[in-house]
Design a protein around this ligand. Sequence first.
Ligand code: NAD
Length: 345
Amino acid sequence: MGLFDQMSGYGHEQIVFVRDEAVGLKAIIAIHNTTLGPALGGSRFFNYATEEDALFDVLRLSKGMTLKNAAAGLALGGGKAVIIGDPAKLKSRDFFHTYGKFIQSLSGRYYTAEDVNVSADDVAMIEETCKYVVGTPNISGNPAPFTARGVYMGMKAGANAKFGSDSLKGKTVAVQGIGSVGRLLCEFLAKEGAALKVYDINKAAVDKVVADLGAVAVSSDEILTTDCDIFAPCAMGAVLNTENAGSLKCALIAGAANNVLLDANTGDALKKLDILYLPDYIVNAGGVINCGMEVTEGYNLDKINQRVDGIYDTTLKIVSLAKEKNISTYQAAEEYAWSIVKGHS
Ligand code: NAD
């Protein structure tokens, strides 16, 4: 398929290919939609097998940012960048300075932030040559605490819709992935009196949450099939599909991981199974709210926490919309986000 056909398939406005021989930089910046404001989305650094894989990833991720930013109530559009290559070999101050100059040349149509293999410290180096950067350590910094808080609030809203009360006391939550967000989510849940079942490929992270919070460790297979009230995917994407959805023994799904469902069909399958799925980009928007509000209103922690807590109401709106239209929550979230974008166009 031609490049312009792909752009029109996803609805992109602009794709920028950048390269610099001297520092070994190859990157693609995809600006999906700027109806609501400048595009915001992180820069992902990854050793893609092919350039086509990198393009596919950036097109998909940047479109996701349009939906996520709109649903989060941010006056921001969607964009994303991928840097192609081995981060361990390529990262240097010169590298990020060169990359920053390219983003600067877009004059604020695209704001970048951290993402996979691009840390807050890397972002601080980009900022040395570029104004259009958020998430630096001295301002909005680490997004994980805000993401965890938002997932927790979304989960409480989901519990309200599913169990008739937003209290998570006595509920059993199976958490897959005890990294930056998963660990903090476990802390919120333990504090409220939820029981935790946990799995992570990193045994040390599991041992710590077992010792600190009384979680029960389960195996890699069990985390998807164990008896629980809520499944919280906080590791990687595409963990649920039409094949394994039937083995879940939870009533509610709410987690931080992006693109949790393999596809829209999985959303339909979960609806048929009467499992309430809270769309990932609705409940995991705390991090982008934190850095996005740095662009739209200047950094104000109280306002940011208020907006992150608003994920509770947004989640309820999506659940009601799905019910009212008899569609999956996956589809309802898309309709909700697009209605906001279209309302401004
Ligand atoms: P992280 O890298 O700190 O943690 C991920 C954890 O998942 C690690 O502990 C890792 O060992 C574990 N893991 C990896 N593969 C696994 C597997 N197969 N089974 C079980 N555990 C596995 O990442 P994070 O910042 O906590 O983010 C978690 C997820 O949430 C990611 O998908 C991320 O894209 C998404 N997310 C994060 C943020 C944020 O603010 N950090 C915001 C939005 C979305």
